[in-house]
Ligand binder design. Structure first.
Ligand code: UN1
Length: 509
């Protein structure tokens, strides 16, 4: 009773009712227990995808080690040419792939397409970087000496991605890791395996067209946690880039750092928007709607806390509640839908439990709070007025729940913004230049993403993406994030005939 045939775009992507979930860089293997992927609008099975066995994992690593030999020798601009072809292929497949993201994850089509666009954008960015990355040249204090920096690839990069951005987060990591000369092993989330298989097939086509060695990119979809655990404990994996919960991120960090390998961690966010009385309130309202209701509250960057200046608190909430009432909830693939379902039945449980906890802590539900009376994982977007110190407010619940509280002055608002353990994204709405600069300064937001007059979510790929504190400290995507995929060298060369020592030291003279 698979519903595969209802969706014609699946076959276009080379998928079928039964798929293999392990790509060793050349062949589709995957002889482990199959997973059944479900449609979040009705929890009906779409297709099956087999998992990778431990032996198959091993084969992937061996292929990658060989592929690294060739790939790391290729000049960066040549690697860039391959990435450019990859970009073209993602452009060609944007429509069906965006639909698949929407179907399997549950986000609306426009956001599904936007996610594929994010992969296209980062590939383009990586192509540009492949001709522009450079190290610094530093003046040496010694005569006939020169100091400069080198950036070499690390080797094998393991990328563990979450269900909510099943395509783009892999895209960010793979584009930069490949551009800098690494090979990539992808462990995709087990509830979105079709996106992982379809994405990998696109890479496979391009790599084969260029007759590249097998093993540049491998895919392992794991049975439960076994494959993920194998990947993080494997000393042959030089860098682990992990996106997911803080709890699992902590474990990844402990395991990987134990033997001094590297991580990029992008864990939980608990993002706030501050709205000052002097702000453009219409702009703020639209931004809050997108950031709190978009992706049904399942972005790392979703706005979960709203900090409103007292003088506008009542009137603004009235407008916001009115806007929440008009949000069309339904099939994410249908035109006009603004909010799709939550990803899993389990997400609905978490949503309901959080609302119960909030109520117990004195929270007042101003809008929403219920599961919809129909099949699938549909819930109402929810607004809860509550004390900003409440325990539940300091936790990340991956659902469309917005906690609101008033503030008196900017210092207090910033304090509230910073008082949670997470530190991913933050925004202020104000037209006052003094507040803006305070907000981005040393006593301002402690998050990795510090916005003014834009939502907390929907970052462009050009800036470094990531956050502080329990968010994990890693930076992915733009700016100089590419450096994290590299072994950094400070190189000092003496091209003279003397051996002057630094700091003026005389040794045995
Ligand atoms: C995530 O939720 O893990 O800024 C990534 C955003 C997107 C990426 C989100 N560009 O919302």
């Amino acid at each position: 009773d698979l519903t595969f045939n209802k969706f014609d775009f699946l076959a276009e992507l080379g998928l079928s009712e039964t798929n293999k979930g392990c790509f060793d860089g050349e062949n589709w293997i995957g002889s482990g227990k199959p997973l059944v992927t479900l449609n979040p609008t009705n929890n009906k099975p779409i297709a099956t995808v087999t998992t990778a066995t431990e032996e198959e994992y091993e084969l992937c690593v061996q292929n990658m080690q060989k592929a690294f030999e060739m790939w790391s020798d290729l000049p960066a601009p040549k690697r860039g040419e391959i990435l450019n072809d990859l970009k073209e292929e993602f452009i060609a497949q944007k429509e069906p792939l965006g639909k698949l993201v929407s179907l399997e994850m549950g986000k609306i089509l426009s956001e599904g397409l936007g996610e594929v666009q994010e992969t296209i954008d980062i590939l383009e960015y990586a192509v540009g970087l492949s001709r522009t990355i450079s190290g610094t040249i530093i003046p040496s204090e010694r005569q006939d000496h020169v100091i400069f920096e080198t950036w070499n690839p690390l080797g094998i990069v393991g990328v563990i991605t979450a269900f909510n951005f099943p395509n783009a987060v892999f895209g960010w990591n793979a584009a930069l890791a490949l551009m800098t000369g690494n090979v990539v092993m992808w462990k995709a989330a087990s509830t979105v395996p079709l996106v992982a298989v379809a994405t990998t097939k696109i890479l496979e086509t391009v790599f084969k067209k260029h007759s590249l060695p097998k093993g540049l990119v491998t895919l392992v979809i794991g049975p439960g946690r076994t494959i993920g655990e194998k990947l993080i404990t494997d000393e042959r994996i030089n860098l682990v880039s992990f996106t997911g919960s803080t709890q699992v991120g902590k474990h990844v960090s402990e395991v990987v750092h134990k033997d001094f390998r590297s991580t990029i961690l992008e864990c939980g966010g608990n993002n706030a928007i501050i709205v000052c009385e002097d702000a453009d309130l219409d702009l703020a309202l639209r931004a809050i709607l997108f950031a709190s209701v978009g992706t049904a509250g399942q972005r790392c960057t979703t706005t979960r806390r709203l900090i409103l200046q007292e003088s506008i608190y009542e009137s603004f909430l009235e407008k916001l509640t009115k806007a929440y009432k008009t949000i069309p909830i339904g099939d994410p693939l249908e035109k006009g839908t603004i909010m799709g379902p939550l990803h899993e039945p389990r997400s609905v449980e978490n949503y309901l439990n959080a609302i119960e906890s909030a109520k117990k802590e004195g929270g007042k539900v101003l809008y929403g709070g219920r599961k919809l009376e129909k099949e699938g994982n549909f819930v109402e977007p929810t607004i809860i007025a509550i004390d900003h110190k409440a325990k539940i407010v300091h936790e990340e619940t991956f659902a469309p729940i917005l906690y609101v509280f008033p503030f008196e002055n900017l210092e207090e608002a910033i304090k509230i913004n910073n008082e949670v353990p997470q530190g991913l994204s933050s925004s202020i709405f104000t037209n006052d230049m003094r507040k803006m600069f305070k907000w981005i300064g040393p006593k301002g937001s402690d998050c990795g993403l510090i916005n003014i007059n834009i939502p907390t979510s929907g970052a462009e790929i050009g800036g470094a993406f990531g956050g502080n504190k329990e968010t994990g400290g890693g930076r992915e995507s733009g700016s100089d994030s590419w450096k994290q995929y590299c072994r950094r060298g400070t190189c000092t060369i003496n091209y003279g005939t003397e051996l002057p020592l630094a700091q003026g030291i005389k040794f045995g003279e």
